[in-house]
Write a protein of this length. Structure first.
Length: 531
């Protein structure tokens, strides 16, 4: 019998549930576009589009997609270089209740077929340069019913009826899938990450609350807008800012755009920053407009980060996250970089607002303070699961936490330090060697610009450390000296047995070092015993 002294929770009415239901990405798109009609929304070469112009284009693309059957739960895929339509097609899809999947421009036809088949996409949108490629994919994927070709100059396909749809939130709820994004595949076949509207909305809110956006952003986007870089667009538009688009990253053009367009925020991966430092002289440019550079996708060498802050400015904010958490994870703000030691600069910061983080062992138990454990996350940005992969979904979300596969430790101040991907850890002679620590030591040597360390089979030790290094411009790498340096700063266990000098490290389409490609010649079909 209930205790009469304890207040009982009143039943929640259906009206109360509806009144408190979460907003969708469509709600935010409508709000952003309706608030700032005369402002400049996108700059792409000679094209300069106001919010009013973008609103009209979104409405017309809604009409074009709806005429092809796009509605709640219908899949749209897109293959295009960066252009305003890269985001406009996404916005139209979300407002109709569909789910959007971006295709990597550098991937092969076979890769695109695999993704489109798994996504059960109905419409493929391509830019004119990819029309032949798109027709080949269309012919080979049974679910694809339509191909839309966007002219090189932008706008709707040639001869398209300019049907304008009313801009409203559409039929989707916060629980419906909005972004079906495929992982980069550095450790295996890409998986379709199902991200609902609530996750995408959480990402926008986290951007605005915790990522040090300028008051009126001018956001430079060179990496694909159909992928992670696109997550910075809606926060920019919510504040009435402008997205300046480039097709691919070229260091000189990138710096030119910062000067000409008075860019004040941008996202970058470590290799982009290294290229600016090694092949241009950013300190000779007028970069006074820059307020925030978000660096992400992988750890940045503390030595190179300190150099970047000296030559570019104290504008760096680190983000850590995963596709599975809509990019939300931890933040190391600009102020935390000020006066920080090289050790502190290796931190990825503290949990972003609205995110919970634990470090756990293989059994899901919290590890003692200071010890290495797997990062487990819980927030509203976490995925629904992997499409068509129930076992992988269960493993990733076991215990009600997203198990990231990233190993980290936490210091007494609560700062997190990622030490490795679980699958990249090197086990030599029974000792765990974290590849990222080897790489950090290598890039501390004055002759080395970038480095990657992998495990190579060894009859005596099981695995041995092998390193691939890129020399700084004008420098010669002395292998013996580099090995001695790592031994001195990290100990003999971390010193690579082999050091290979390469012109560049292989990259995945999303800008991560492709260790799968580096390992392939050594391991072949053999499986590493790392879980």
């Amino acid at each position: 019998m209930p205790d009469p002294h304890i207040a009982q929770a009143a039943p929640i009415s259906e009206a109360a549930r509806l009144a408190a239901s979460g907003v969708t990405l469509g709600d935010l798109i409508v709000q952003a576009l309706s608030r700032h009609s005369s402002n400049e929304a996108f700059v792409a070469g000679d094209r300069r589009l106001t919010y009013a112009h973008v609103t009209t284009l979104v409405s017309r693309f809604m009409g074009a997609l709806a005429s092809r059957g796009v509605g709640l739960g219908v899949g749209v895929t897109m293959l295009s270089p960066n252009m305003p339509e890269s985001w406009i097609v996404q916005a139209a899809t979300y407002l109709l209740g569909g789910r959007f999947t971006g295709l990597q421009a550098m991937a092969a036809v076979g890769d695109h077929i695999v993704v489109c088949e798994d996504a059960q996409a109905s419409v493929l949108v391509v830019s004119a340069a990819f029309e032949g490629h798109g027709r080949e994919v269309l012919d080979r994927v049974a679910s694809l019913q339509h191909l839309m070709v966007i002219p090189a100059a932008g706008g709707l396909p040639a001869g398209e009826s300019h049907v304008v749809r009313r801009l409203d939130r559409g039929p989707a709820s916060e629980a419906d899938v909005a972004w079906l994004q495929y992982t980069g595949g550095t450790t295996g076949k890409p998986k379709g990450v199902m991200l609902p509207h609530r996750a995408m909305v959480h990402n926008v809110m986290t951007h605005l609350a915790d990522l040090e956006h300028p008051h009126l952003p001018r956001y430079l986007a060179a990496a694909p807008l159909t992928h992670a870089t696109g997550l910075g667009v809606l926060p920019t538009l919510m504040r009435g800012g402008t997205v300046v688009i480039q097709q691919g990253f070229d260091p000189r053009r990138f710096l030119d755009a910062i000067e000409a367009e008075r860019i004040n925020c941008m996202s970058a991966i470590p290799t982009m920053i290294y290229a600016l430092l090694d092949h241009e002289r950013p300190e000779t440019r007028n970069l006074s407009s820059l307020e925030t550079i978000w660096y992400a996708t992988g750890p940045m060498s503390p030595v190179r980060l300190a150099e970047a802050r000296e030559r570019i400015g104290p504008v760096f904010t680190q983000l850590y996250g995963q596709t599975e958490s809509t990019g939300v994870g931890t933040v190391l703000p600009k102020a935390a970089h000020d006066g920080a030691s090289l050790e502190r600069l290796a931190s990825c910061g503290r949990p972003a607002v609205g995110n919970q983080i634990r470090l756990v062992d293989d059994g899901g138990h919290d590890v003692p303070s200071g010890e290495v454990g797997e990062i487990a996350m819980r927030n509203r940005g976490v995925m629904l699961g992997y499409r068509n992969l129930p076992e992988e979904t269960e493993a990733a979300l076991r215990g009600g936490w997203l198990r990231t596969g990233d190993l980290a430790r936490q210091d007494e101040e609560g700062l997190l330090y990622i030490v490795d991907r679980k699958k990249d850890m090197i086990i030599s002679g029974g000792f765990n060697i974290y590849a990222s620590e080897v790489e950090r030591a290598l890039t501390g040597h004055p002759s080395i610009s970038a480095a990657a360390a992998i495990a190579v089979p060894d009859e005596k030790w099981g695995e041995r450390v092998t390193a691939f290094v890129v020399a700084r411009p004008g420098q010669q790498v002395d292998v013996a000296a580099v090995q001695a340096y790592v031994k001195e700063v990290k100990g003999s266990m971390h010193a690579p047995k082999d050091v290979l000098i390469v012109d560049a490290l292989p990259m995945t389409p999303v800008g991560k070092v492709d260790k799968k490609k580096l390992r392939a010649p050594y391991w072949g079909d053999a499986k590493r015993n790392v879980h």
